[in-house]
Design a protein around this ligand. Sequence first.
Ligand SMILES: Cc1ncc(C[n+]2csc(CCOP(=O)(O)OP(=O)(O)O)c2C)c(N)n1
Length: 365
Amino acid sequence: MDISKNILKILRNKKIEFFAGVPDSILKNFSNALSKLSNKKHIIGANEGGAVSLAAGYHLATKKIPLVYLQNSGLGNTINPITSIIHKEIYGIPMILFIGWRGAYNIKDEIQHKVQGKITLKQLSLLKIKYKIFKKKLFKNQLVELIKHTKKNNHPVAFLFKKGDLDSDKNQKQINKKYIDRSYFISELIKNSKNSKIIATTGFTSRELFQIRKIKKFKNKKDFYMVGGMGHSSMVALGYSLGSRNQTICLDGDGAFLMHMGASVITSKFAEKNFKYILLNNGCHESVGGQPTSIDKINFKQFCSSIGYKKYFLLKEKKSIRKTLNLFLNSSGPAFLNVFINSGTLENLIRIKNLKELKKDFIKK
Ligand SMILES: Cc1ncc(C[n+]2csc(CCOP(=O)(O)OP(=O)(O)O)c2C)c(N)n1
């Protein structure tokens, strides 16, 4: 039996049967095992703070121990509800956190995981959260001990996983090819927005944009890559657009959009003509394994008009790209473009490096 299924079995035996979280690549195999559960037992939250709050509410109703899974980059999002509600010195709510530990000691990882990777254990200690670092030969006992501890102390506990601890996912997702490839859209965007600055979201979007600029030998002076800070690209773009005359394009993903959806209300209210927002909508968290988002619940035409976007465009077909991009880019902002994209990314996607150099280039006029 694979480790994730084994873990789920232990959890079930201990009556842990409610799961909430935000997906992470290290925990991909575990969250895929959860995907078979009903919506009453497993919910992918908009952000990690929401996931721990959801778990807290479930505990209040059932007295059972919930489990929340997250990447350590989302630990910051949980800190407010943990320190102000969940902590044993406040209400005292037990729960288990499964944390994908990016930037862990002695493991090569991307630069944006360096700082958070280093402070993760210290943050947990500061929060008085007992933790264990997954060990393949000991994990059953480790888990049972953590469950006992959270029950006894009415305080969260954490189980940390490093890259490769859980089995890799053997069931490759079917790649949907109905819409537009992200990379194709990005190439067209680059060609058609020569005088614009692009602020691109976390994950494959930034990496594809970086790679396409490189291959086509466009200098990277136009882009700011949000290698982390998932969900905050639109606010960075708003700030930039207010301070600059450049047309500013925020290139976002649906998982990131949902993570801090309130930002869209602020951007549409305060943005000026030069602000353009593009949602690359594949209905999932593709960069960390393709787990579904809840974006399908939004009627974007109504949503955008209700929060004050001046224009809304929808793009689903490759053949309409040039025409729609032209209309969108030449419209007076704030304007919103909802692009339906296929899952799938470029082969051998490169990592973005030399961030300080890129920033220097970006801020040059
Ligand atoms: C606060 C935070 N939580 C989780 C992650 C891990 N993470 C990186 S990319 C990503 C998925 C982003 O999904 P979406 O915005 O839909 O873009 P896609 O991957 O589909 O291109 C996640 C969850 C993160 N970087 N930061």
